[in-house]
Ligand binder design. Structure first.
Ligand code: 7PM
Length: 255
């Protein structure tokens, strides 16, 4: 629901259009819908609380009634989390891993699930000069620490999923290292979520522009699944769902 959403370009800006698109994604095989009102694109300008609420709440409200799949709210603002949960959102997807003041408490006071994501820096500056001694160790330690903070705040471990945050303060080498090391993240004991769909790292590796990254995105989804990811966040649902059926067939009896 952002005018500058990097890969869908704000194509679904009116609530009606967004709901129609969401219903199509479900027909294509989406198991969860993630609704966001502030772009996390590198360098994107922040959105006011009022604008974000006005963008996402009508859509969340309608999808809760209509979608028949869990609805996730993509926000780092505790006020947006609470409002979305109040109208029926099931999951909080937070690129700041509940580090905003009051965010842990909002989720703890609800029955919502939460995705805790790693990011180095902020969306405004994260891609300027990402630096790690060991990206895999640092991401894993961060996710473990945030999971502990969440559990200490009263969020049961069973409600948490973990995400290395591909593209969020990472160079190609860091993204590739994290994908290679994905099985190690599952050792933290919670499902791992991966979002690589159409991202720049795929552009660097293929030379393809954002609107021509479907094949690279499919490859990334299949590799992620084979390396243990349980939730894959994508834009191209039908193609990904087909590809993941092959991965699932290979994985069955093997986990
Ligand atoms: C640059 C980085 C441009 C990221 C656009 C994006 C994720 C997410 C997004 C993710 C979780 C995009 C994004 N990516 N939430 N939100 N994990 N949990 O591709 O990887 O839509 S925004």
């Amino acid at each position: 629901m952002t005018p500058d959403s990097f890969s869908d370009g704000g194509k679904h800006r009116s609530s009606g259009q967004a709901v129609a698109h969401a219903m199509r994604l479900i027909e294509e095989g989406a198991d969860i819908l993630d609704v966001g009102g502030e772009s996390t694109r590198p360098g994107a300008t922040p959105v006011s609380l009022e604008d974000e609420l006005a963008r996402v709440l009508p859509v969340v409200r309608q999808l809760v009634l209509q979608a028949g799949v869990p609805i996730s709210i993509d926000t780092y603002k505790p006020e947006v989390m609470r409002a979305a949960i109040d109208v029926g959102a099931d999951i909080v997807n937070d690129v700041r891993a509940l580090q905003e003041q009051g965010a842990l408490e909002v989720v703890a006071a609800s029955r919502a699930g939460v995705c805790l994501m790693h990011m180095q820096g902020t969306p405004q500056t994260m891609q300027l000069d990402p630096q790690y001694a060991d990206v895999v160790d640092e991401v894993k330690a961060f996710l473990q620490a945030r999971m502990e903070a969440a559990v200490n705040a009263g969020i049961p471990e069973e409600r948490i999923v973990l995400d290395p945050g591909f593209g969020f303060g990472k160079r190609t080498q860091h993204n590739v290292a994290l994908l290679q090391a994905l099985p190690g993240l599952s050792e933290l004991g919670r499902p791992v979520l991966v979002g690589l769909s159409r991202k720049s790292v795929l552009g660097y590796l293929t030379g393809s522009d954002v609107d021509a990254r479907l094949h690279a995105s499919i490859a990334a989804s299949v590799i992620s699944a084979m390396k243990g990811a349980k939730i894959i966040r994508v834009h191209d649902v039908k193609a990904t769902a087909d590809a993941l059926k092959i991965a699932a067939a290979v994985l069955s009896g093997n986990e």
